[in-house]
Write a protein that binds this ligand. Structure first.
Ligand code: ADP
Length: 500
């Protein structure tokens, strides 16, 4: 009987490997940062070879560190930064250009052109209806088009079948299998803006509008699937799970049922709710995406997704720019020293506001300041702002599904902050549960792989191993909650449409 599952977590700033035992306990982990390239204002790139080197380095490091026999590893699961785009030469394995990272804005004009082209045909809703996404440079489609158009000879090579495209999971899978497997999973495919999330096929209309040859695209499989094998020290280990980071976290949090949701408080916040077998179209500015499933051929599950741009980064801003705190964890301490924010609101619209406002010209404001405003009030207003923004997302989601969240599970770096979570529970008036495992993304990838490899039988087995976590129970009076939220929305209204 095999004993372990290895999760490879390829994130935006670092690559990590975590080894789980058959009880889903963490045996060891290794992490390696890699370079961020900013060749121009608003452009972000990674070196795909450095990403691959960092993943293999942490993989070997964790195996050595835990001193386990490679033959005892049942499977590998991959989870990754989503949307980031790599094109490479299928013969030499050399990337034709750096990876264009999800944050990169260089293709905003291509998106405008695409949108106008559909509008001119009277099909303005096509992208939304087909892919579940709001047309944006964030997703892979226009990044692929940019590389094909801007790298000398690339389009010709792609048309001749010499170039392959992949999101980061696909790139790693291809490299780890020695070029044998060119595939991705439904969750990653659903973030390319080229995938029909209903028919589960690449969409010919979008491919033709962007002039992307079909031959460069990977095959698409369920998240829990035998993708191929990687040879480590002479032993073949199956790669049996793949999912994009947020969907992996949803799975790692055991949100298997319709109505179950998780919110990750990282640099930004990502709220995902499982909506079951039906894709739920949002009327409130959320995205529809495919959830990681372990259903094999029984079809896929969908999720609604909303994100807050400035989450934990608000705390970093207090620390690094305002210098009101010296460590992120000080924010909880200062926020608790006062009974309220003294009427101060911070709207951290540093880069505009996302769902449900979608105002790229909104900018941050600090409002309600008086001569008596102290550091603690500002810190508290910053903490509260994270929770208010998540309230806006949760509200949008509840409106879309026509009912309350079943439960909200939370994780991420800023979820260590108990003040924030208590305030969040108070303001949404729902119980929230902080996961006992902070590595829910890696756990999700491990679970998907371990299920397929037979180390764990089914979802019930996963639920059985999931430790209970910590509950935060709402305890705020309705009148206070309503007054605070009214103040927040008044503050937001002052921050909108500010930038020229
Ligand atoms: P990411 O995966 O986006 O890099 P993490 O999940 O590692 O993010 O979380 C990092 C974020 O959490 C940072 O923005 C940091 O400010 C915030 N953070 C970390 N510790 C705390 C804390 N104790 N209280 C509040 N915020 C915190």
């Amino acid at each position: 009987m095999k004993k372990y599952v290895l999760a490879l977590d390829q994130g935006t700033t670092s690559s990590r490997a975590i080894l789980f035992d058959s009880g889903q306990r963490i045996l060891g982990q290794a992490q390696k940062e890699f370079a961020q390239h900013y060749p121009r204002e608003g452009w972000v790139e990674h070196d795909p070879l450095e990403i691959y080197a960092s993943i293999t380095a942490v993989m070997m490091e964790v195996i050595a560190q835990c001193d386990v026999a490679v033959s005892d590893i049942a499977a590998i699961g991959i989870t990754n930064q989503r949307e980031t785009t790599v094109l490479w030469d299928r013969h030499t394995g050399r990337p034709v250009y750096n990876a264009i990272v999800w944050q990169c804005r260089r293709t905003a004009r291509i998106v405008d052109g695409l949108r106008s082209s559909f509008e001119a045909e009277g099909r303005g809703g096509y992208i939304r209806e087909t892919t579940g996404l709001v047309p944006d440079a964030y997703f892979s489609a226009t990044k692929i088009a940019w590389i094909l158009d801007n790298v000398e000879g690339c389009r010709r090579a792609a048309e001749a079948g010499d170039v392959l495209f992949g999101t980061v999971d696909t790139w790693l899978l291809w490299k780890l299998t020695g070029g044998a497997v060119h595939a991705t999973d439904y969750t990653n495919a659903s973030r390319t803006m080229l995938f029909n999330i209903h028919s589960l096929q690449w969409d010919d209309t979008l491919l033709s509008k962007l002039d992307i040859p079909r031959a460069i695209l990977p095959q698409v499989f369920p998240s829990s699937h035998l993708y191929g094998a990687v040879n480590i020290q002479g032993t073949e280990i199956p790669i049996a799970g793949i999912a994009g980071d947020q969907q992996a976290a949803l799975f790692g949090q055991c949100c298997f049922e319709k109505g179950e949701a998780k919110n990750t408080y990282g640099t930004g916040c990502f709220l995902l709710m499982n909506t079951g077998a039906a894709a739920c179209a949002s009327a409130n500015g959320l995205l529809t995406t495919i959830a990681a499933g372990a259903d094999g051929d029984r079809g896929v599950q969908y999720a609604l997704e909303g994100s807050v741009f400035a989450g934990g980064s608000v705390i970093q801003w207090l620390r690094d720019e305002l210098r009101l705190i010296t460590e992120a964890s000080d924010s909880e301490y200062f926020a608790q020293k006062v009974a309220d924010s003294g009427g101060v609101y911070l709207v951290p619209a540093f880069t505009g506001l996302g769902s449900p406002y979608w105002d790229m010209r909104a900018r941050g404001i600090l409002i309600g300041i008086t001569r008596g405003t102290k550091r603690c009030h500002i810190v508290r207003a910053a903490e509260e702002a994270i929770a208010y923004q998540c309230w806006d997302l949760i509200r949008a989601m509840e409106k879309d599904v026509g009912g309350p969240l079943k439960r909200l599970r939370v994780d991420g770096g800023a979820a260590r902050d108990s003040f924030l979570l208590q305030f969040q529970a108070d303001i949404i008036n729902r119980v929230i549960t902080r996961s006992a495992v902070n590595e829910t993304t890696a756990l999700g990838a491990a679970s998907l792989a371990g299920l397929r490899a037979g180390l764990w039988k089914d979802r019930e087995a996963l639920l059985g191993m999931s430790p209970p976590g910590t509950d935060f129970v709402p305890a705020m009076e309705d009148s206070r909650r309503e007054a605070l939220l009214a103040g927040w929305h008044r503050a937001v209204s002052r921050s909108l449409a500010w930038a020229e």
